[in-house]
Design a protein. Structure first.
Length: 424
């Protein structure tokens, strides 16, 4: 897609959190309308989500009489083949292992269509519920005193499943390269296929007319075939998972494998780690491995348990400023970088001395706290004191600076924080 062309806005601004309408052009989104049928079987019912590289819908498979998630990639989505290959490989491995509680997102079908904006890949997936990011937002609105031991158990169960799911991927030669709360989904606690279409729509808690916004061109000209006549605000399915412990039977999986790679291709430049979750080897322009996923997972699990971000990075800063700020924050949380890594920090003299210790003026304007202090300050009220140092050790094992010293997913599954039951 031509980046210069994408900057010329054609549409009147649309409220809400629907996809950016300007990406309805050559190389961009495929225009979709509710009720539309694809491949003579998949009928679009509602919008589940949207991102920079795809829109995701709930559809009814009228051939097999089931509901499916229907992901339509942008026409310029060059990495979709990586996503399909990763999903196929992880699905095949789960089927061989006869895992009834599969730690992977199920790929049900895939095909391509040619539309007014180019050729688009379609991924037909099992319908899922809310993301971990959405669950964390719910928990953040609670009074800290309400985060009792029951919810701590829920958070630990989420963490255990995330480690297990990542172990499944790594054991089958897949590096996710975009581990983040928004790409972790909860399976539904009920059978969606037993609901009629009206019931499936009911949990939007909003009238359909209120989350549909008509598109209008700025120049007043009529819309053309490259865009839909309206956009739909996404409403994820309510998964029915309650944030309690002992947790109900639930399942979480990683989604969005658009950045995934094999171990051999992990350094092809296609990684998509969010800014705050980047491992130090990425900040220092060193080769990546599957251990980059482990670092990101450590940040995610810390956030899941404490409901706070582990590292601070200003999202409005320049890329160079973000890298320096991130390395400063990492040093404040975890201590000095090893000498061989420290010398790779181009602007280190503005932040640390020759031993890697933070300069006095940097300490005075510090942006983070040491890990043990962060955990003591941010741990849930319901976490038993005996659990605190074990949780800290678990997190540290994922955040070792050198990838080869970082815990593997197999190591994490054996860690006491995962295997033990904690009681005061």
């Amino acid at each position: 897609m031509d980046s210069g062309q994408a900057l010329r806005e054609r549409f009147v601004n649309v409220p809400g959190n629907a996809e950016w309408a300007e990406l309805y052009r050559e190389g961009g989104y495929h225009p979709v309308h509710l009720g539309e049928v694809f491949a003579h079987r998949y009928r679009i019912l509602r919008k589940l989500g949207n991102g920079r590289f795809a829109t995701i819908w709930l559809a009814k498979d009228d051939k097999l009489h089931r509901y499916v998630a229907f992901k339509i990639t942008v026409a310029s989505g060059a990495r979709v083949r990586h996503e399909i290959n990763a999903l196929r490989k992880s699905n095949e491995a789960a089927n061989v292992e006869r895992d009834n509680n599969k730690p992977v997102l199920q790929l049900l079908d895939e095909f391509s269509i040619t539309g007014s904006n180019g050729m688009h890949s379609i991924l037909v997936l099992e319908p899922m519920g809310r993301s971990l990011q959405e669950h964390l937002l719910i928990l953040q609105r609670l009074d800290p005193k309400e985060l009792d031991y029951r919810r701590v158990g829920f958070m630990r169960e989420i963490s255990k499943q995330l480690v297990n799911a990542l172990h499944h991927l790594h054991s089958n030669g897949i590096v996710h390269r975009d581990v983040q709360p928004g790409n972790i989904l909860f399976a539904l606690q009920y059978s969606l296929d037993q609901l009629d279409e009206e019931a499936v729509q009911a949990d939007t808690r909003i009238r359909k007319s209120q989350n549909i916004f008509s598109l209008h061109r700025i120049d007043g000209n009529p819309l053309d075939e490259t865009s839909p006549t309206y956009v739909v605000e996404p409403r994820p399915l309510d998964d029915g998972v309650q944030n309690t412990s002992p947790p109900p039977e639930f399942r979480v999986v990683y989604s969005d494998f658009g950045a995934a790679s094999t171990f051999e291709d992990v350094n092809d430049g296609g990684h998509a780690y969010p800014t705050r979750l980047r491992p130090p080897e990425l900040l220092l322009h060193q080769p990546l491995s599957e251990k980059a996923d482990v670092w990101s997972l450590g940040c995610v699990i810390f956030q899941t348990v404490t409901l706070t971000n582990l590292f601070f990075v200003n999202s409005f800063a320049t890329p160079a400023e973000q890298d320096n700020e991130h390395l400063q924050s990492v040093t404040e949380v975890l201590g000095p970088l090893p000498p061989d890594m420290l010398k790779l920090w181009k602007d280190r003299d503005s932040f640390v001395n020759s031993d890697g210790d933070l300069l006095d003026e940097v300490i005075k304007g510090g942006i983070s706290e040491p890990l043990n202090e962060l955990i003591a300050l941010q741990k849930p009220a319901g976490m038993p004191s005996v659990e605190v140092p074990i949780f800290e050790d678990f997190v540290r094992s994922m955040l070792r600076y050198k990838p080869e010293e970082r815990a593997s997913t197999a190591d994490l599954l054996r860690h006491p924080w995962i295997t033990r039951s904690f009681h005061e």
